[in-house]
Design a binder for this molecule. Structure first.
Ligand SMILES: Nc1ncnc2c1ncn2[C@@H]1O[C@H](COP(=O)(O)OP(=O)(O)OP(=O)(O)O)[C@@H](O)[C@H]1O
Ligand SMILES: [Mg+2]
Length: 451
């Protein structure tokens, strides 16, 4: 099937043609027809990173919205400002000929311009939740005619960090509107389906899962490198960078402060010959935009980032993801982080640095993905070698005992198995807690760092 064969507006087809896009991806061919039917069903869709979920929801909503009606008819909610700008850019390209007025709404910039743009007849609003609520409270936006609400990165949008805002928007601000809900992500936890049902108003929630047995892309080769002592981590990482010579990479760290420190040290390092910059929530909006734009233009080779860059960002030239720090929040964040490379079947590598006591987390991630991560070694002449997974270590998914540095705990939470049924009972154990979410949190799911 081609987009030309779909029953969508010819202006959308023309725009897709301009974008060089002719054949729908798996998730697009499943989701788009479901959403073109004008029915009342809500959709919860899971598909791997970099497989075109943005167009899977943008095409049907753009098609269904009335160009004549100059009111807000669709709201797309996303977790970060960077993703907001990116989705806005995709929807704008899609609207090149259809010309629906699309507005991006996010914090860190003047609210007045956004207010004005909405007043001037916004039809699609792409927003981060906080700023959208702010505009609503100031009566700068009306949801009266909203027919679609999209939660991109739905599992993130429905975790404790955002849930109160999302509940407010859907239950209070949109009371009486009952829009059609579209929830998309590469990872879905069990609780998400439950929470999504609460929002679906008793109407049918269709679950589409096109990544059932394998939630990460095969073109991303995944490795871990074991550090003997925590103190050697930086030196090992420098050796790794020298050997890998990544063309374009993102180095994930767990804290903003360390991100900046690491950047400084890497810049001073001799023999790396790479351009570094950092991206995190302590930067001004201006800096954040500039850094990302330079990285997109390949004027920066290596972006050191917190989880603010973990989800949704589409930068096709990224060849390497490094987890300098293994993510604390949960295995799903690992899946999103490494998903910044190997998009649309491009080849890529993900390498995570771990100390001995963090090996549990690697095992948890393997269980979550139902896939082994291979071990990398440096040999004496500083060559990288890869260890084939031994039988013993490849029992991810089996051990019910020792597990779970990621979930543990008696929280209802972090059943990281999500909708992937048979797998990963690393959430089930009632043991000691979770370096992935912290047992003290009330959160129903692990809460990623707040960027
Ligand atoms: N049908 C298609 N044919 C070719 N390229 C496509 C198609 N659909 C989308 N793309 C391209 O694929 C890339 C990834 O798309 P997108 O960002 O929507 O992925 P995603 O599934 O949302 O990933 P993530 O889970 O990381 O958010 C984009 O560069 C997009 O332009
Ligand atoms: Mg996406």
């Amino acid at each position: 099937m081609k987009f030309q064969d779909l029953d969508i507006n010819s202006n959308i087809k023309r725009a897709l043609d301009d974008m060089g896009i002719d054949t729908p991806t798996k998730i697009q061919s499943r989701a788009i027809p479901k959403l073109l039917d004008g029915g009342r069903t809500h959709v919860l869709a899971q598909a791997k990173t970099g497989t075109g979920k943005t167009l899977a929801f943008s095409i049907p909503i753009t098609n269904q919205i009335s160009p004549k009606q100059k009111t807000v008819q669709a709201v797309v909610l996303v977790p970060t400002r960077e993703l907001c700008k990116q989705v806005y850019s995709v929807v704008t390209k899609l609207n090149k000929y259809r010309k629906l007025k699309t507005v991006e709404v996010y914090g860190g910039v003047s609210i007045d311009r956004q207010r004005k743009e909405i007043r001037n007849g916004a039809q699609i609003v792409i927003a981060t939740p906080g700023r959208l609520m702010d505009l609503y409270r100031r009566k700068a936006i009306s949801f009266r005619d909203v027919r679609f609400v999209v939660l991109d990165e739905a599992d993130r949008m429905l975790d404790m960090g955002f849930l109160p805002d999302i509940k407010y928007i859907l239950f209070d601000a949109m009371k009486g509107v009952s829009p059609r809900l579209l929830l998309f992500s590469a990872t879905m936890l069990k609780q998400i389906t439950k929470i999504a049902r609460q929002f679906s108003n008793g109407e049918r929630l269709v679950e589409l899962n096109v990544s059932k047995d394998d939630i990460t892309v095969a073109s991303c080769k995944q490795y871990y490198y074991k550090i003997r002592e925590a103190g050697q981590k930086y030196a090992s990482f420098v050796t790794l960078l020298k050997m890998e010579q990544p063309k374009s990479s993102i180095i994930f760290v767990n804290t903003r402060r360390w991100g900046d420190k690491l950047k400084k040290r890497l810049i001073q390092e001799k023999g790396l010959n790479m351009r570094f910059s950092s991206l995190h929530g302590d930067k001004t909006q201006n800096q954040r935009e500039r850094v990302l734009s330079e990285f997109r233009k390949e004027n920066i080779d290596c972006l050191i980032a917190t989880n603010v860059a973990a989800r949704g960002l589409d930068i096709p030239h990224v060849t390497h993801i490094f987890n300098f720090d293994i993510p604390r929040e949960g295995p799903e964040i690992y899946v999103h982080r490494i998903g910044r490379t190997s998009r649309m079947e491009n080849e890529g590598k993900a390498i995570s640095l771990v100390t001995d006591d963090q090996m549990k987390m690697i095992r948890e991630i393997e269980k979550f993905m139902q896939k082994p991560i291979q071990r990398l070694y440096f040999s004496e002449n500083q060559q990288i070698t890869i260890q084939a997974k031994s039988k013993k270590s490849s029992n991810y998914g089996e051990s019910k005992k020792k597990s779970s540095n990621y979930s543990g705990s008696k929280r209802k939470s972090s059943n990281y198995s999500g909708s992937r049924k048979k797998s990963s009972n690393y959430g089930g154990s009632k043991k000691k807690s979770s370096n992935y979410g912290g047992s003290k949190k009330k959160s129903p799911i692990a809460v990623p760092a707040s960027d």
